[in-house]
Write a protein that binds this ligand. Sequence first.
Ligand code: PRX
Length: 645
Amino acid sequence: MAEDLYPVPESWAADARVTAEGYATDYARSLDDATRFWLERADSLEWVSKPTVADESSFEEATFGVKWFADGVLNVSANCIDRHLATRRDQIAIIWEPDSPAADPRFITFTELHAEVCRFANVLKAQGVRKDDRVTLYLPMIPEAAFAMLACARIGAVHSIVFGGFSPEALAGRITDCDSRIVVTVDEGRRGGKTVPLKANVDAAAKLVTCLDTVIVVRATGGGVEMQPGRDIWYDEAAASVAAECAPEPMNAEDPLFLLYTSGSTGKPKGVLHTTGGYLLWASYTHACVFDCRDGDTYWCAADVGWVTGHSYIVYGPLANGVTTLMYEGVPNWPSPARMWQVVDRHKVTQLYTAPTALRALMKEGDDFVTGTSRASLRLLGSVGEPINPEAWRWYHDVVGEGRCPIVDTWWQTETGGHMITPLPGATALKPGSAASPFFGVEPLLVDAEGKVLEGATEGNLVIARSWPGQMRTVWGDHERFFQTYFSTYPGFYFTGDGARRDADGYWWITGRVDDVINVSGHRMGTAEVESALVLHRTVAEAAVVGFPHEIKGQGIYAYVTLNAGDPPSDALRKELVTWVRGEIGPIATPDAIQFTPGLPKTRSGKIMRRILRKIAEGDVSSLGDTSTLADPSVVDDLVANRVG
Ligand code: PRX
């Protein structure tokens, strides 16, 4: 419908980095003349030795592998810092906005960033960290998180950030999986006026692992923590005796840069591996085209560095582009629902990038918290992490952006390294709720359940037909799992796990996961992980977990639990199980509903029919479909009668 199309604002059409015409020409080139296109784009990075080859990937089983720019040599931290020193020495690289509005922000210039990162790198080296070693970072949103990431990149160590909201158990699993002997953490984190005992969590995790021998503790709150002699060292004490110079290690483009654990439909979280050259080009080039920052801009991505959005769009993308990036320690609604807009005004933010779940939560509080602030500095708004419903989109556009800022609804994944389907502010007329068009070099297709490619305006499973520079390279320690998870379902294609629709104008609409992954507040959670946590409880015989629509979180977690004989259901036990899951995984895995049930709907071969469980959780009990293949169809009546909600 015509009224649903938002044309490119004039202010953007005039001098955007990518115009509508430029997009059409370059998108075609990026597919038809890919090698030349990508070697030209690679020139935007500073190489020790320039690559002469681009894509050498194959999605076919016999020749399988993902490889880009394989003869290039570079260093990511030199690209994010050193090369800017000639022109941007005194420019602010990182603005840090503290949790409490009463505390002082920090402003870190590129010169200071250089010194901080070199010092951090030297501390790591002094602790014996070498190229290819894995370093686990369990840190809150403080500048030291960025320093530590860039320090690892500087010396060729592989960082694995574990989000500060994960429990000691979850942290321990990730430390063990990548055999990391060193963890960097803080005494305590701060969020929404509360402290989070990160060091104490590391101590608890350390009891569950055997590989850990060093814990570096950054002093953040000054809260008292126990230091274990011989294992724990204070960062500030170690940093006092090292030099503020550290030469960047020349890295091959395909050397590992970082690991990031993410949930899938089966098993434990996978260590997604990204490498050096392709990843950095993808993070920086998408950042440049999608946010189109100019000198003097202040760009704010309100994610956490514990997620991929923080990796690519708080740290690597903006810093590689020499852009001032804002890091916010706190949460969107503390001390009041006006906080985000106050931060925008305080630092004159020009581009703001956040998640629909935050917008929905703030929208509910009413417009006054927004309209009481200026927001005059804003030129562009971004959305990420989950489908944005048109109502939230319009509120973001009309109330927050006062109708003048384009919204870039960026679809991508931990696995893709950066944006894949997204509008470009100077090129794309917007439709609320649509991620619009593929980025350069991205070839999305829709396939049906059998893998047949679907043409025209239709809906199906979203696959990508060829590699792109930012694609993940492997699952840490399990290359076979990498192939099986993403390339075996639809041979020859990368399967995203998402469903999508393409409309008559060729616009892409992401409809959400089609596998057993739930998207809770823009964060991925495997149903299998929550089930595993539940069955570890002494009272639980069996559990099945599904997602259901949730007004604020997008999706909530609904758990069906069968108790062991002799353990009666009760509200107290329900509460205990909720606390249990939080302890096993972390608060993001908190079940929203637990339904006790004497049995689960299973086929005669013992397979749980999740389709039925999803329908009941959604409250859609009128169309449960064929239940005649169930071993015991009467189970369904009990499930419907005792639905929670
Ligand atoms: O389902 C899609 C959803 O988030 C998933 C990826 O999650 P994660 O790897 O944690 O990365 C989140 C940050 C990129 C996708 O498979 N998703 C992400 N962005 C969007 C989205 N769904 C709809 N629209 C988006 N813009």
